[in-house]
Design a protein around this ligand. Structure first.
Ligand code: PMP
Length: 394
């Protein structure tokens, strides 16, 4: 099969919307375009029906019993903000305390920082060299004023899967709210809100071949009163997220999740094989490379590699024919090394000289082989240049 350039290997940043998802959404833009809150005519009824079905499909995908536990939002960023700001606002504690982890997404860490500036207390726990947080450390960090623990399911840079089931059990036992950001995990791993004992789960459509601009928040029924809304207005989404729901996007979101469920686990296996193919080829030809993040407890499509002896900026700049990233695309304009890789203990220069390969549904063997050869060539060239430069100085 002919390769189309540039090759897309940035599937953690976002994914291509699956054509079948696009087809499912289309009628809700062109024919059934009603507002799901319009109760007085057929346009509204059809939109509401489609929304209800989307809610049910999403609930089913994450093992939620009641479709009303799914609230549609604009994405995982909004879901994370809703939980963190909403739980602090609803808390009766004078100085509410939150626990999170150093490798969380910015849409968790930044709200935590702002809440801290406003008087809350936040404990940010470290991770080990593989990127995992110790559940025991969470248990030890719980204090009388702790209201919420927020730990992601799958990391967006290193793909590492946190031990959320153990953490959920600790929180439930202690009577503390547990939130997990599962934006990267949805559609790629089996997920059960029951097994995770999660009170809140953040989800996003565009990471699993759905449209951008829609996400969801799973909210366990019994904790409804533990959140105050961020948005006030028409009272949609059980009063927790006012605003007209994006019905076409919700339909696409549900279709995307349904397709992932149908494709799993075969698709996961195929993607995992592509990742292994890439990793083995790189290892066979290059010295001085290492895998960032735990080797086994990770998403199938994630490969994050540190390259010794090359300059980070030059490395990324060399890839005009491959779309990939170093660190998180969400702050790719920043020249700072990735906070996730620093939390693993990497030196700043090595963190900058790391690449995140995000393999997805539409990648092929041919693309992976081309990328492997290209990376090998680029790294060899950059290392040779560097050596040339340092010997010239001598
Ligand atoms: N959390 C994680 C782990 C993510 O990877 C992302 C996307 N980079 C987000 C939250 C934000 O998701 P969204 O783009 O849907 O707001």
């Amino acid at each position: 099969m002919a390769i189309e350039f540039p090759i897309y290997l940035d599937n953690h940043a976002t994914t291509r919307t699956d054509p079948r998802v696009l087809a499912a959404m289309e009628p809700y833009f062109t024919q059934d375009y009603g507002n799901a809150s319009s109760g007085s005519h057929v346009f509204g009824w059809r939109a509401e029906e489609a929304l209800q079905l989307a809610r049910e499909r999403l609930a089913q995908a994450i093992g939620a019993e009641d479709a009303r536990e799914i609230l549609f939002t604009s994405g995982a960023t909004e879901s994370n903000n809703t939980v963190l700001f909403g739980a602090v606002a609803a808390s009766e504690k004078k100085t509410p305390h939150l626990i999170t982890v150093a490798t969380e997404h910015r849409s968790v860490l930044d709200p935590c920082r702002v809440l801290q500036e406003r008087g809350a207390r936040v404990t940010v726990l470290p991770v080990d060299a593989g990127g995992l947080v110790d559940p025991e450390a969470i248990a030890c960090a719980i204090e009388p004023d702790t209201i919420l623990v927020s730990v992601m399911l799958a990391n967006n840079e290193i793909g590492v899967l946190q031990p959320v089931e153990k953490i959920g059990a600790i929180c439930r036992e202690a009577g503390i709210l547990f939130h997990t950001d599962a934006a990267q995990a949805l559609g790629k791993t089996q997920m059960s809100v029951e097994r995770m004992q999660a009170d809140f789960v953040s989800l996003s459509a565009h990471k699993c071949y759905g449209p951008k601009g829609i996400g969801a928040l799973y909210l366990r029924n019994v904790v409804r009163r533990k959140l105050q809304p961020l948005l006030y207005g028409g009272g949609q989404e059980r009063g927790l997220r006012s605003g007209t729901v994006a019905v076409p996007l919700a339909v696409g979101f549900a279709r995307a999740v349904e397709l992932c469920a149908q494709a799993m686990p075969g698709e996961g296996r195929k993607i995992w094989e592509l990742r292994e193919r890439l990793w083995q080829r790189l290892q066979a030809s290059l010295d001085g490379i290492s895998l960032n993040g735990h080797a086994l407890r990770r998403l199938p499509g994630n490969l994050n590699v540190a390259f010794e002896g090359v300059d980070g900026a030059a490395l990324l700049a060399a890839f005009s024919k491959v779309a990939l990233s170093s660190g998180s695309a969400c702050h790719s304009s920043a020249t700072e090394p990735s906070h996730v890789l620093l939390a693993l203990g990497l030196a700043p220069a090595l963190a900058k000289a790391s690449l995140r390969f995000g393999i997805g549904r539409f990648n092929t063997d041919e693309e992976i082989d081309w990328v492997a050869d290209h990376v090998i060539e680029v790294v060899r060239t950059l290392r040779a240049k560097r050596q040339g430069a340092s010997s010239a100085k001598v």
